[in-house]
Design a protein around this ligand. Structure first.
Ligand code: VGL
Ligand code: ZN
Length: 183
């Protein structure tokens, strides 16, 4: 479950994804079913320091969002949270994918603990939903495919930032081109 946090999912959030709150009832129902089926559930959280080259004020492209410990970084209050939590971006790198963090300009990149968590549990199939389609959902799904997990994205449980119109559709095409299924 990718980044269902106030700054993305609440209309008062600083990087509000249009209709972001609408994914919550749907993903809660999916999470319930997954939990009953014994699935491992992992929630990612975008988790930035106050200054990072990820933010426009520090040379990046985004308004300040999901600063660690603030309201904007908290999960949406209606999200059913019960599972592992993986935070990304805390070192000041971009953390679009739940699997990795990357410096926006240098080649610096390192893995989060997510792949180890999945390997330890013997996971073979990953189902992705959350925010936002064209950034963190896309990067997480494509990395999951790269690690060899069979990967499905739940179309009803995602919404896009759409800096450019059509970015969300293009993201889904990229996921499909990498071998992912949009359900
Ligand atoms: C995200 C932009 C910046 C996301 C995170 O969760 O999709 N988008 N940081
Ligand atoms: Zn971010």
């Amino acid at each position: 479950m990718v980044d269902v946090q106030n700054d993305f999912a609440d209309s008062q959030g600083s990087l509000y994804v249009s209709e972001g709150e609408l994914v919550v009832p749907f993903v809660n129902q999916q999470l319930d079913e997954a939990r009953r089926a014994g699935a491992l559930i992992v929630y990612t959280q975008d988790w930035h320091p106050e200054s990072t080259p990820h933010f426009a004020k520090d040379g990046g492209i985004w308004p300040v969002h999901c600063v660690m410990g603030t309201w904007g970084a908290e999960f949406h209050p209606d999200l059913s949270v019960d599972g592992e939590i993986v935070r990304k971006g805390a070192t000041g790198l971009d953390g679009y994918s739940g699997f990795s963090e990357r410096h926006p300009t240098t080649a610096e990149e390192h893995a989060t603990e997510l792949v180890d968590i999945l390997h330890r549990r013997g996971i073979e199939r990953v189902v992705v939903a959350g925010l936002a389609t064209d950034y963190c959902v896309k990067e997480t799904a494509i990395d999951a495919l790269g690690y060899g997990f069979s990967t499905t994205v739940l179309g009803e449980g995602i919404r896009g930032v759409k800096l450019k119109p059509g970015d969300d559709e293009r993201a889904l095409e990229e996921i499909r081109a990498s071998g992912g299924i949009i359900e």
